[in-house]
Ligand binder design. Structure first.
Ligand SMILES: O=C(O)c1ccc[n+]([C@@H]2O[C@H](COP(=O)([O-])O)[C@@H](O)[C@H]2O)c1
Ligand SMILES: Cc1cc2nc[nH]c2cc1C
Length: 352
């Protein structure tokens, strides 16, 4: 499963973009990180003048049996309730998606309650995972199915014209699953990985770490066997997000990452295909404690830090206008030559 073949990024195109950006009517480097974004997007898409709009936003929703351990600040029913909110257009990701002109799709890949709303794409692999504190979260076949759901959904939104992929999630308990997965990729202690998620108190945080510690001892999950790893301690939406990222990279579609759960899903995707990470840009740094470690493992520096910790793809959606700015720079700015402006170097001028 997941026989993806992701093309290497076109480094020569990224270099060509950098050289071209240096000819635009501005001192070299003066548009800072936007110049890096533009060059990276050129390398990913293979185009000097890439188009990044419209973005496709996929929000995968699923429940987590481990929520029964009291690891979230909210009851598990909130997953299904928020799915209704997404369908009605009332969540943060709906507002942000409208403002960036996104193709937004909400997918039930494993919500515990039945979802009977035709505005929600029905791809339920199973109604929530098992509680991984005591048993494996799902079977390996279910983990594969969830990956496939994500893969196919990304193929679909790209087919509809999506030029950037944003993947979001909704799942009460999913910071516990994401933290457990992350813990197996690093020697960092759980005290630096496991955070407050939707907002648990300090006392509960110790309990959340205990639940994860016990689960890791019980399952001995091995990230080198990614399907088994996901089956033991993963989540249906996390698997789907990883699958979606693999499909995007395979098609040279840039992936704009959201917060903690999304970044862990990116690390999961990398366990299937190492070069998938070349197609990713980190949208923001989430307030979730372990996000920095996850970003460091992935080798990404986030674009924004707005103290957000919502999920749903919201941080990526807020960062998306930076892609628009970076591509507008390359597409629309005049060069020194076309505008007849003398360059600093030609005149031998010193920088003030
Ligand atoms: O994206 C993030 O960085 C992020 C950080 C903390 C919480 N969340 C969201 O909150 C939910 C998980 O929190 P919890 O406490 O139930 O594990 C889930 O629906 C996520 O979308 C998301
Ligand atoms: C209300 C609420 C909205 C969310 N959106 C993503 N995760 C969430 C968690 C909660 C609790």
């Amino acid at each position: 499963m997941m026989n993806v073949s992701i093309p290497p990024i076109r480094r020569e195109m990224a270099e060509q973009a950098r050289a071209y950006i240096d000819q635009l009517t501005k001192p070299p480097g003066s548009l800072g990180r936007l110049e890096d974004i533009a060059a990276e997007l050129a390398g990913m898409t293979g185009e000097l003048l890439p188009r990044v709009t419209p973005p496709g936003v996929l929000v995968f929703a699923a429940d987590h049996g481990v929520a029964a351990e009291g690891v979230s600040a909210y009851p598990a029913e909130v997953t299904a309730q928020m799915v209704s909110n997404f369908a009605n257009g009332g969540a943060a990701i709906n507002a942000f998606s409208r403002h960036i002109g996104a193709l937004l799709q909400v997918i039930d890949v494993g919500v515990a309650a039945p979802i009977a709303d035709e505005r929600v794409i029905q791809k339920k692999v199973r109604p929530g995972t098992n509680n991984f504190a005591t048993m494996e979260a799902m079977t390996m076949s279910e983990a594969e199915q969830a990956l496939h759901v994500g893969y196919e959904q990304a193929v679909s939104v790209i087919g509809q014209g999506g030029r950037t992929l944003i993947v979001g999630e909704m799942g009460i308990g999913n910071t516990t699953a994401a933290s457990a997965l992350l813990a197996t990729l690093t020697d960092e202690p759980l005290e630096r990985i496991v955070g407050k998620g939707s907002g648990i108190r300090e006392e509960r945080l110790a309990h959340k770490r205990d639940v994860i510690r016990r689960a890791l001892l019980l399952h001995q999950p091995d990230p080198a066997k990614p399907i088994e790893w996901l089956a033991k301690i993963g989540g249906l939406e996390i698997a789907a997000m990883a699958g979606a990222m693999l499909a995007a990279a395979e098609r040279r579609i840039p992936i704009l990452l959201d917060g903690f759960i999304c970044t862990v899903a990116a690390l999961v995707a990398r366990q299937f295909a190492p070069n998938v990470a070349e197609y990713m840009i980190a949208g923001h740094r989430s307030q979730e404690l372990g996000h920095d470690i996850a970003l460091r493992l992935l080798g990404k520096e986030p674009l924004l830090d707005l103290r957000m910790r919502l999920g749903e793809g919201s941080g990526a959606a807020v960062a998306f206008p930076l892609f628009v700015a970076a591509t507008a720079m390359v597409n629309e700015m005049a060069t020194f030559a076309s505008a007849g402006i003398s360059t600093g170097e030609e005149k031998g001028e010193k920088q003030a």
